[in-house]
Design a protein around this ligand. Structure first.
Ligand SMILES: Nc1ncnc2c1ncn2[C@@H]1O[C@H](COP(=O)(O)OP(=O)(O)OP(=O)(O)O)[C@@H](O)[C@H]1O
Ligand SMILES: [Mg+2]
Length: 299
């Protein structure tokens, strides 16, 4: 993406017409396309549906951020002390990792003052950061509620239509924070022999979080991704979801096919809508449309 004009929330007070929906992409399993789908879903919502979208990267690997911002721009913005996800969770002054002399200190920021980065007209990013690893997330401090404080603030100020959250593949405090802040979750699933085990583990983790935190979180869909249609594992995955008591009815009808170009383009901040492959574009557009309908974003 080319235009990284700094964000000025000029339309802070504009009435946006739809109530903010917060959606997390989750799976306990790594490498199933959580990041790929969350980034491209967010992009597709903004470009095809004219919705104002904030993508929040709560994964310390910060791959979603790398899919949208190149390394140089990222370093420049960090030097300018632009906000990152660390500002949500960290409430103590801390040295900025990578600062030239190693002594720059970042002061804690109130959630009302956190300003995401503008990626394009309607797409914004609260980027991830490696330092997220260093933030003390020990239980008992209530830090897993801080992302919800932020999304509640966005909701109150009518800033965005949708917040999309990319999560790490571990049942961590960051994942809890994402679920607590979310109205919906989406499960990307890569068809492979052990995928049923992963998704069952996810089911129990989500059930536990819903009970412990009293969440009203709903599943907005299971998306088969990095899928090879003509394989037995693909057919098995479909059968498993469609027949499973908990997941049946949740499968999004279109899947994201496996294409090496998706992975290759991510290295240069390429998005699926910009790849010259009709089937891929149709796939992300249909997946997005179906989720939009399921969560009642549009009639
Ligand atoms: N449709 C696709 N075809 C081929 N490769 C893909 C496709 N979608 C994603 N990939 C690649 O598969 C790998 C895993 O994807 P991605 O990073 O989105 O998964 P993830 O679930 O977010 O992983 P993690 O658990 O590590 O966060 C990446 O290298 C990505 O570039
Ligand atoms: Mg990821």
């Amino acid at each position: 993406m080319s235009d990284f004009t700094d964000e000025i929330l000029a339309d802070n007070n504009q009435i946006r017409g739809v109530k903010l929906k917060v959606i997390s992409f989750v799976n306990m399993k790594g490498g199933v396309a959580k990041t790929t789908l969350s980034v491209n879903f967010a992009d597709c919502l903004s470009r095809r549906h004219d919705l104002k979208v904030l993508l929040v990267d709560v994964d310390p690997q910060f791959n979603a951020t790398q899919c949208l911002v190149n390394g140089e721009d990222y370093k420049t913005k960090c030097k300018e002390k632009r906000h990152t996800i660390v500002d949500i969770f960290d409430d103590s002054p801390r040295p900025i990792v990578g600062s030239v002399d190693g002594v720059a200190v970042r002061e804690p920021v109130d959630v009302e003052n956190i300003v995401p980065w503008r990626i394009n007209d309607l797409l914004f990013l609260l980027p991830g950061a490696l330092e997220l690893h260093l933030v003390d997330m020990a239980p008992g401090q209530g830090k897993e509620h801080k992302l919800k404080l932020y999304t509640d603030h966005l909701r109150k100020n009518d800033n965005y239509d949708v917040v999309v959250i990319d999560t790490p593949p571990t049942p961590s405090a960051w994942m809890s924070a994402a679920l607590i802040a979310s109205d919906f979750y989406i499960v990307p699933l890569k068809p492979e022999p052990l995928s049923a085990t992963g998704i069952d583990l996810l089911k129990s983790v989500i059930k536990k979080r819903k009970k412990n935190y009293g969440l009203k979180l709903q599943c907005a869909g299971v998306v088969l991704a990095i899928a090879e249609e003509n394989t037995i594992v693909f057919q098995d995955a479909i059968r498993f979801i469609d027949n499973n008591e908990f997941w049946k009815g949740k499968r999004i009808s279109r899947h994201l096919p496996k294409r090496t170009i998706v992975a290759r383009k991510q290295g240069e901040q390429g998005l699926i809508l910009d790849i010259n492959d009709k089937k891929l574009k149709l796939s992300i557009t249909s997946i997005t449309n179906e989720i939009v309908k399921r969560i009642g974003l549009k009639d």
